[in-house]
Design a protein. Structure first.
Lengths: 192, 192, 192, 192
DNA sequence: AATGAATGAGCCTTCATTCAT
DNA sequence: AATGAATGAAGGCTCATTCAT
């Protein structure tokens, strides 16, 4: 164990603080001091642990992706059929843990950062690729081979689009509506 | 003519410079100086015309929306049938003018800003509402009344999602793929 | 007549605007634009007429001094005895025209500016000298020669001190109290 | 010890630098950079310690008042009689520490700032109130009750007026003259 | 490990001033 | 005469980052 437990805890606290602050601000205009303050430590400590703001945000993004991934995996394991597993992915995507103002803002920011940061872009591409792989795998037994790629891309884009639009609502996220729309898309893709 | 031609030109130059700088940076971290520099004027002039950075960016967003709107209107006028008009909207959305790295970054940023700026949010909501109204209008003769709302929302979200994902690609935007996917969505919605 | 009437009017408007803005702000942190705006003209015009902010403020100070001077002269002419003329000076000093928040602030500022501006200092010294000359002249028939200088200086300082302290009050100036104190000082000086 | 010695030293250095720069400039047009530069530190450090220019100047004013207060208290303790204590106050007021170009400029500025800053005004009022309380206390055994208030106000205003006029001199302050005039005022008030 | 001290760089903004019209 | 356009300079302030403790 290279890192002490204390060390790992602090890092996690900082990452969660970053997520929290970004979510609340709804923008990338968050300072290291704000994040550190939220975590109850000095900004110098954040640099001690992460080296730079860039790296802290990168770790935060990875954390976000990991959380999502874990939820997806757990739900997939519990679903009995391919169609149910597609629904599991949809439900993970719009679970209250992910589909709320703060997290949606964080996701949008990370999509944005991907345009100017190589590392960030690669990370996001891994997520997209994994999601697509999951979709493709489940679609394989439901629609013809030639249509799979487009269908997977289509579902993924729809989820992202619903995320983006969620940011526009004043109140809480409308999970049901998002799920209904996505499920309906899947249904039409599968039936066609 | 309240404003001189010179004045309007300068303002447009600044807005286009803002768009250009934001697009190139792929982020909101653009300074007024950068924008002014790109327009070949002093940063003080940007304040002279727009009052604040906030207002300059707001005007830029409005410009973006106006450009898109004009393109949509022109294409709608040229399309003979409801289905063709739906395609016109899709084509406007993914026209090279809109669907390129820079503009996509700008759109994403404006979606993000909408979460922390009232004015910005309202502006974007107007755009979303208009787009939906167009879609609803054309869908009216194609699918049953009860399905229209969801279908419009679905198409709108899909377009936004494809924009978001476009930012992840390294190379140029794949317009054909985006159009194909959206058209396919419309087809399945209409046929179902 | 070198200057047109229009020209002189504009200059007076600017000077009065300066006085008004300085008074309202209670500080020297007033911009040429604010002053010009108050006068209803462009800041460029203020420069056209006065050359520089410095010169505008200088002219404003001179205006203030002239107003006071004129009031003093008028009141002196109307007073029959030396003692009455001393009271006339006191009354001019604490007339509502001079002894109000705005004008007091302007005076204080000009005393301050005198420390860093030669021209300003000379102007203020002329005012002080004139006031002293007036006091000395009237005191001559009231107290012994050897005490005159100190008495004049004393009265002048008292007036200035009451001005300075006026700035601390929240409400309107207490003219009566200021006059009472100064008159009492004169009385004791004369009787002693 | 909440604050480190280093920290307190730096803050004091900055305050003294502020006093020095204000005194030399004879105006409020001093930048944080100038003050910080005079103290040999970066302007960012001034903000680190004081938060804002406003707060630094406020602390500087408080420092000025405290210095004066301490001097007054020390001199009062050493004076045996009420009349001697009045003289002690006068001497403290015109001690070389206070009655010099720089400090006089600072006082004038703070009187001016009191007109636009609540906090500043309150601070100055406390000083005025304390000075008056001291004067009243010593006057109690020297003149009749009904005259005390006016006498105290009178002495205070005289001191302030002499300060203001000091700013007009080119050379050094004439302490003797100022003391002579104030003492004479006290004498006449007491005798009358 | 943890922090306060310290800073250089940069940002937004204001402003006095000039100039073309 | 009068103004809007335009700018260079400066100012207050923030921030990521480093360093000594």
């Amino acid at each position: 164990m290279q890192q002490s437990k204390r060390s790992r805890d602090r890092q996690n606290e900082l990452i969660e603080a970053a997520l929290s602050v970004i979510g609340r601000a709804g923008s990338l205009d968050v300072s290291v001091s704000q994040i550190a303050g939220q975590a109850g430590v000095s900004s110098a400590l954040a640099h001690h642990y992460f080296g730079s703001k860039e790296d802290l945000l990168f770790a935060t993004q990875r954390h976000l992706l990991t959380l999502f991934r874990q939820d997806v995996v757990a739900r997939l394991a519990a679903a009995p059929t391919p169609r149910a597993r597609l629904s599991a992915i949809v439900e993970a995507s719009f679970s209250p843990l992910q589909f709320n103002a703060g997290t949606v803002a964080a996701w949008t920011i990370f999509y944005l950062r991907a345009q100017s940061s190589r590392a960030n872009s690669r990370l996001l591409q891994v997520y997209v690729a994994r999601l697509r792989a999951n979709l493709v795998h489940e679609l394989r037994s439901l629609i013809s081979e030639t249509k799979i790629e487009a269908a997977a891309e289509s579902i993924g884009a729809m989820i992202d689009g619903l995320y983006l639009r969620q940011g526009l609502r004043k109140g809480a996220a409308d999970r049901e509506a998002a799920i209904r729309i996505t499920e309906h898309l899947i249904d039409t893709l599968v039936r066609s």
